[in-house]
Design a protein around this ligand. Structure first.
Ligand SMILES: [Fe+2]
Ligand SMILES: [Fe+2]
Length: 170
């Protein structure tokens, strides 16, 4: 049900001038440009995760930049709305099916599923290319990891847990 409501929110996503104005505080111009190349629904989602973290008094710059860009790896690669609908349905049936469907061949109709499955690594590469900090890049790379069951080992683990929690409810 949550994924369904997330889907409908994506359909009516909007981004305000105030949201865009805020980007310059956390992203350099090339990073903000990368953000604005994302589909509007992913921009909105990044902003929602960002605001959720700030509401919880997280002010770490690396974390907030990662919040804005964590799903940037989904941009490009032909991932369209109907793929996202199908992905939600397939995830409900059996998530392992998505791995079988994904193909690392940009000309294949199955490539968008690959992009979805590998968006953390793809996003980390894009973030690195526009000069994001190593911590931001690692947070993006790790954001879909299963949540840690043990106590935090490092500062990065702690930031990752905060990002995952905010991502999970937005
Ligand atoms: Fe993600
Ligand atoms: Fe996300």
């Amino acid at each position: 049900m949550y994924r369904v409501s997330q889907f409908f929110r994506a359909l009516v996503a909007w981004v305000t001038k105030r949201d865009i104005g805020l980007l310059s505080e956390y992203l350099t111009p090339p990073q903000a440009e990368l953000f604005q190349r994302m589909p509007r629904c992913d921009q909105r989602h990044g902003l929602d995760v960002f605001y959720a973290l700030r509401r919880k008094q997280h002010h770490d710059h690396d974390l907030l930049a990662a919040a804005l860009l964590h799903d940037v790896g989904k941009s490009g690669g032909g991932l369209r709305l109907w793929h996202r609908v199908l992905i939600v349905l397939i995830e409900a049936i059996g998530p392992q099916l998505l791995d079988r469907l994904a193909e690392d061949e940009p000309r294949s109709w199955r490539y968008p599923f690959f992009v979805h499955q590998h968006h953390p690594e793809l996003g980390a590469e894009l973030a690195q290319a526009v000069g994001c900090s190593p911590v931001t890049v690692e947070l993006i790379r790790r954001h879909q990891e299963p949540p840690a069951s043990s106590p935090f080992g490092t500062r990065q683990d702690e930031l990752l847990a905060a990002l995952q929690e905010a991502d999970g409810v937005n």
